[in-house]
Design a protein. Structure first.
Length: 178
């Protein structure tokens, strides 16, 4: 059964537990997913051993939510925006035979408007099944003026031998390798 729990640094987490044995852990700080274990117990997510769980800095690794900017094109705002360094609220937690799901929410506030003056609602759905982890980020403009933004789920996968990792299928395509 999925539930709220205390994680590292006494920060609140949601522990998703599927009947298959698959599990996932999401911190409310930054809505950062820090663990996804398949039903056989294999961890699929990497978190830096140097990650701080202090509710001040972004958690290094896992799957942080990047919004409203990637990198730091706007120098007045923190790198990767503020979503990964904000406390999110729990909209719902639900367990069913098909999936264990948490819905997290973040809305504009005085703090967000001080660096990015737009009204918004973010909804982040993390759904764990016997064979998969699905993450969906929904962005809603609650104002009357269009706003520019960048958003991504900045995933750090745990791989057994990083030297053997290859990216295929980019032949003939334009891409940026930072």
């Amino acid at each position: 059964m999925s539930a709220r729990a205390k994680g590292q640094g006494e920060l609140e987490t949601i522990e998703l537990c599927h009947a298959s044995g698959a599990t996932a852990q999401v911190y409310l700080w930054g809505a950062t997913l820090t663990s996804y274990k398949t039903a056989d117990g294999t961890e699929r997510i990497f978190v830096s051993p140097g990650a701080l769980f202090d509710g001040k800095k972004a958690i290094r690794g896992g799957v942080p939510v990047v919004f409203p900017q990637f990198g730091q094109p706007d120098k007045a705002m923190a790198q990767h925006g503020f979503a990964r360094t904000s406390f999110w609220s729990v909209a719902s937690i639900e367990d069913s035979p098909e999936a264990s799901t948490v819905v997290l929410a973040l809305a504009d506030s005085e703090a967000t408007r001080s660096v990015w003056n737009f009204p918004f609602n973010l909804e982040y759905v993390v759904s764990l099944s016997a064979v998969s982890l699905k993450m969906t980020l929904r962005i809603k403009n609650t104002g009357d003026v269009a706003f520019p933004f960048q958003a991504l789920l900045h995933t750090y996968f745990r791989v057994p031998e990083v030297q053997k990792v290859a990216v295929r299928g980019l032949g003939g395509r334009t891409y940026l390798d930072k």
